[in-house]
Structure formats: C-alpha cells, structure tokens
Design a protein around this ligand. Sequence first.
Ligand SMILES: Nc1ncnc2c1ncn2[C@@H]1O[C@H](COP(=O)(O)OP(=O)(O)O)[C@@H](O)[C@H]1O
Ligand SMILES: [Mg+2]
Length: 259
Amino acid sequence: MASEPASAQASDPAAVEPLLRLTDVQAGYGRAALVLRGLSVTVAPSSVVCLVGPNGAGKSTVLKVASGLLTPRAGQVVVDGVDVTGRTPQQLLAAGLSHVPQGHSVFPEMTVAENVLLGAYTVHDRSVIAERADFVTGLFPLVGERWSALAGALSGGQQKQVEFARSLMVRPKVVLLDEPSMGLDPKATGKVFEQVQRMRDAGTAVLLVEQNARRALEAADVGCVLDLGKVHITGPAPTLLADPRLAQLYLGGRPKEVP
Ligand SMILES: Nc1ncnc2c1ncn2[C@@H]1O[C@H](COP(=O)(O)OP(=O)(O)O)[C@@H](O)[C@H]1O
Ligand SMILES: [Mg+2]
C-alpha cells in the first residue's frame, strides 16, 4: 500500500541523532500474517513521540520489538547509534530501553518502595540505588509520600506513577509506555500525561503508544499514526491534531480515501 505523504514533514530534528530508531521493521506472531510491515519510527532526545492507532493495529507489538520481547523478522532496532536488533530483553534494558507494559504491573501486596526498588534489581551499589530512589521520588512526589504503603491501596493513576518510577530506576535513555491511560478517568489521564512530560523534561525520551489519541497527542511532541502495519502519517503532534485525516481514520476511513 502506498504511503500517504506526511501531513507536515516530520520535524524530525534532523540534525540530532535519535536515541531510538526502528527501521523497516517486520514482525508478527507464529504463522499468522505479519503485524508490522515495514514500520519505521525515531525518537529524538528530550522528546515524547506518540504512536496512535486503533485497537489491534500493532502498537504493543512495536514496543515488544523495541524492548526485545519479540524479534523482528526484518528491519533494524538502533539505540543511540548501536544496532541492537535481535538482542534479549535484558540486553536491551542494559542498552537503555525500559518498557512499561499495557495493563497493571504493580504487585499489590508489596509496598510502593518494594515495587519501585524492583526496577533497580540489576544495580548492586546501595548508594546508586538510594540516589536513583531520590531522583524518582523527586519526580513523582506521591511515590515518596506513599513509600511504605501497600501498592494495592493506591488508585489506578497512582499505581501508574509507581510503574513509571520503577521504570526509571534503570535510568533508561528511552522509556516505552504502553497505553498508560488505559482504564483511568479523565482527571487521572491528564495527570498521567503530565508525568510523561515530566519524565521527558528530566531527560528521558519517551515512546508512548495510545488508543486515546487526542489526549496523548496533546502531551506529545511528535505524533505517528499506525495503520496496516506501517506509520502512515507523522509530524509535530499539534499538526496531527489539526489534521482532518486523523479524525477520518478514527471514523473508520483510511487516510488514502481522504481527498
Ligand atoms: N502474543 C500474540 N500472539 C498472537 N497474536 C498476537 C499476540 N499479540 C498480539 N497479537 C495480534 O497482533 C495484532 C496486533 O496486536 P497489538 O500489537 O497488541 O495491537 P495494539 O496494541 O495496537 O492493540 C493483533 O491482531 C493481535 O491479535
Ligand atoms: Mg496494545
């Protein structure tokens, strides 16, 4: 299928080497048809890139390829200039990619502290762990305030903060967030996206995938629309928000059908 020209030339801050680059990725599950069919996306330093697309479009599959949970059949994954295609999840974590999966991943019977510190299981120096715990509680004050509480006692939005804090304990270059707003009410959703921006402002680039396209694009710097296994439209998030083709896509049409 022919790609639609980008609505606004992706303001890929061209001069800047991206922290994460997926190029022409093909990936799928078992013998089923490929889910990703030549997908390319880049994440520049200090940016939030948001990949939007309908349910089943392959958003989670993109993050699984980026974090090494799924080996691509073709294409490349490059982190900060290093080709990491085919490496294990542990190696990709060490390379600087931290994945916050879709759904809930806090352990409700453990404290907030225990949940957050799990993120530092690869670190053995206690002073480094303490320094990182200070960093994440500075970024997410609620996590510090509820440090000794059972994680299961927190609201859904608060539990997301615990997951974010845990993911930052490895000090990743890029954090991969899979539908962090899922199941949250509009107020909690707004807070989650504020925290996403806070992570970026503190120096961690973000690749966010969301079905909640409008809210997510409002928080993002760059937006990409995933459809039929490829990124069909990419550009500055505000430009995408104003693009009638985006609305059309969610009304069931395809970008190529829009005049
Ligand atoms: N573990 C799996 N095994 C087989 N098929 C899968 C698996 N995970 C996802 N799929 C299929 O891959 C496609 C894309 O899924 P996914 O990446 O989860 O989409 P999204 O996150 O955009 O909703 C869907 O058709 C889904 O059914
Ligand atoms: Mg998904």
